[in-house]
Design a binder for this molecule. Structure first.
Ligand code: SF4
Ligand code: SF4
Length: 129
């Protein structure tokens, strides 16, 4: 499950993520991180389900880190898309491709939310959530 973590000045300097990984033994991939002295945001992929996932969520809450579940990273307006392909090659993880009809295919599982495609699109038809 992809989660967005929002750190506050009170917890951004603490090793919350590594403590939770050690305590739960759950693998967590960091997809994106923006950390400043007084705040921070991370996009992570938690490789757990059921009770283990609940435990991870609860530990983030106890540490004062706000957690938002990310079910959709971005949306492409396929009506206004001109299939130019400008968003395909800049994507660092090949989350966007084109099919045989040049239609854009987006793979939510691969996307790390870097926004590069948003800036690359000349039509402004890619919207991040
Ligand atoms: S946000 Fe980044 S990773 Fe996701 S599709 Fe766009 S370029 Fe690729
Ligand atoms: S860059 Fe924009 S207009 Fe071009 S293919 Fe990608 S989504 Fe469509």
């Amino acid at each position: 499950m992809k989660l967005k973590l929002i750190y506050s000045p009170e917890n951004v300097q603490r090793p919350v993520l590594s403590e939770i990984i050690q305590r739960t033994n759950v693998p967590i991939n960091i997809l994106k991180a923006e950390v400043k002295p007084n705040s921070g945001e991370m996009l992570i992929d938690v490789l757990a389900v059921g009770e283990k996932l609940k435990e991870v969520l609860s530990l983030f809450q106890k540490a004062g880190v706000k957690v938002k579940e990310i079910t959709r990273t971005l949306e492409i307006d396929h009506v206004r898309c001109i299939s130019c392909g400008a968003c395909v090659s800049p994507c660092p993880v090949q989350a966007i491709s084109q099919d045989e009809n040049w239609d854009i295919i987006f793979d939510e599982e691969k996307c790390i939310g870097c926004r590069i495609c948003v800036h690359a699109c000349p039509m402004g038809v890619i919207q991040m959530f």
